[in-house]
Design a protein around this ligand. Structure first.
Ligand code: ADP
Length: 173
């Protein structure tokens, strides 16, 4: 079993791509959402769990969970020996490299495996999805349908206001 840890606020097709690739190598993948009290997420941890559950409904090889504290401690507790992380570009590498080596120092029994998504997702991030959606841009094809729906519910009136065409000025006689 491999653990795929992250914030997933919200999960994107880039994340799904990495899960799909992981399933070709590992029997089971556990998507583990980090509960981080220092961050102010758009979706609560419960919402993120529900979203990922819905995205993988019927797939018994993908589980969803949350954790806090050290990732290696969580991995050890659930009996996983592999951490999967995605690398989009060189810019991801430095931070990921540092984390992987620190985790190895903390627990040498746990290995970090990096996977590259399809090029079409290499520019995709949860932050960008939120920003684009909020400004009225389309995110279809970048996130699973459940995320699009949840974003619409979350931003509700604000995003509709951006979508609505501006009112025609009335001629005054
Ligand atoms: P974190 O806050 O831990 O970076 P994220 O949810 O942003 O959490 O990312 C979780 C993991 O998924 C990280 O390894 C990140 O590099 C990877 N990831 C994020 N977006 C993509 C993407 N578009 N393609 C491939 N991997 C991605």
């Amino acid at each position: 079993m491999a653990i795929f840890p992250g914030s997933f606020d919200p999960i994107t097709n880039g994340h799904l791509d990495i899960v799909g690739r992981s399933l070709r190598v590992f029997d089971d993948v556990r998507v583990a959402i980090l509960v981080n009290p220092d961050k102010r997420p758009l979706f609560s941890v419960e919402e993120r769990v529900a979203i990922i559950r819905e995205a993988y409904r019927g797939n018994r090889r993908v589980a969803v969970d949350t954790f806090s504290g050290l990732l290696v401690d969580y991995a050890e507790a659930v009996g996983a020996s592999v951490i999967v992380r995605g690398i989009r570009a060189i810019s991801d590498f430095e931070f990921e490299f540092q984390m992987a080596l620190m985790n190895r120092r903390l627990n040498p029994r746990i290995e970090t495996v990096f996977m590259m998504p399809a090029e079409s997702y290499s520019y995709l991030s949860s932050r960008l999805v939120k920003e684009v959606f909020q400004l009225g841009g389309k995110v279809t094809g970048l996130v699973p349908p459940v995320v699009e729906r949840r974003l619409r519910e979350k931003y509700g009136a604000a995003s509709r206001a951006i979508e609505a065409p501006p009112a025609r000025p009335r001629r005054i006689r």
